[in-house]
Write a protein that binds this ligand. Structure first.
Ligand code: ADE
Ligand code: ZN
Length: 320
């Protein structure tokens, strides 16, 4: 089947690390994994909440040591994304998760950026890179890492905020977002995935974000929904992720149809496809099956992604 051409706005490059590649990199780097084989590793892919996923996500990153490891992971994603019909991707990565393991930014971010620089010519996928900061680590550390990234002049288009949301509110990162904005960067933040609707408000009011990653819990707050509709704030929704992390019980109970119906600017994204059972094509296939979306509704979702992307006018016209 020819896939619907799509734009992906919410994807963590470390969340594309497939079990097969984890084993290959472990062998290459002489790392002993705590799993005998791929099947045993896969048995750990049952999550009860965001934290239970994050524990495995960070522990699997131990196999990423050299620039080649980061480059191989990035190329594997671009190959898979192109096959899924992705034409443009705005990719987050977690520099602190590597720095804290002793991997310099030049190795991790440098290698990913180098592959992305050629993604359009080599894979037919234009890309942008977003440096995401870990909200469960100190805000001072995030500021220092941002300063180092700015000094290195790595081509990042913006910053994000991810990791454990509960009890780590956006208000802790006001200085980080001010510095990013002063440097001309775009701003996004995870909010309202597990955290309360007020975190979405904080991300808008205190961090002045251009997009909210997830945002599904806005549906618990009518006044917030009205504001998000009026301001057409992009919400990068990740349906399969929300089911696997139990933000919703089942896909048919996901609020995506109601969000679209209310006129919210929602898009469909894969988040961490190696962990949640599917890339963009599978997310679209499953929401289509669960909700029976018409071609017009699917086109609305795709158009929302294009208009919410950090694109030049020329590239935006090409993608519409
Ligand atoms: N890091 C990677 N995936 C994430 C998610 N779904 N929520 C928060 N942080 C993440
Ligand atoms: Zn995410």
């Amino acid at each position: 089947m020819t896939e619907l051409p799509t734009v992906e706005l919410h994807i963590h490059i470390e969340g594309t690390l497939e079990p097969e590649l984890i084993f290959r990199l472990a062998e290459r780097n002489g790392i002993e994994l705590p799993y005998g084989d791929i099947e045993e590793l896969r048995r750990h892919y049952e999550f009860i909440d965001l934290q239970s996923f994050l524990d495995l996500y960070y522990s699997n990153m131990a196999v990423l040591r050299t620039a080649d490891d980061f480059a191989d992971m990035t190329r594997a994603y671009l190959t898979r994304a192109a096959a899924a019909g992705v034409r443009h991707a705005e990719i987050m990565m977690d520099p602190q998760a590597h720095l804290s393991r002793g991997i310099p930014l030049a190795t991790s971010v440098g290698a990913v950026a180098e592959v992305l620089a050629k993604s359009e010519s080599e894979f037919g996928v234009s890309t942008e890179l977003i440096a995401a900061f870990l909200r469960d680590r100190p805000a001072e550390e995030a500021l220092a890492v941002l300063d180092e990234l700015l000094e290195m002049e790595v081509p990042i288009i913006g910053i994000g905020l991810d990791s454990a949301e509960r009890d780590n509110p956006p208000r802790n990162f006001v200085a980080l977002y001010e510095r990013a904005r002063q440097a001309g960067l775009k701003c996004v933040a995870h909010a309202g995935e597990e955290g309360p609707p007020d975190y979405i408000r904080e991300a808008l009011d205190l961090l002045a974000v251009d997009r909210i990653d997830h945002g599904i819990r806005c549906m618990e707050d009518e006044e917030l929904v009205e504001r998000l509709v009026a301001e057409q704030v992009p919400l990068t929704v990740c349906p399969l992720s929300n089911v696997r992390l139990r933000a919703v019980d089942t896909l048919p109970e996901h609020p995506l149809p109601q969000m679209l119906q209310r006129g919210l600017n929602v898009s469909v994204n894969s988040d961490d496809p190696a962990y949640f059972g599917g890339y963009m094509d599978e997310n679209f296939r499953q929401v289509r099956a669960a909700f029976g979306f018409s071609s017009a509704q699917l086109a609305d979702l795709a158009a929302n992604s294009v208009r919410s992307a950090f694109l030049t006018d020329t590239r935006r016209r090409e993608l519409l």
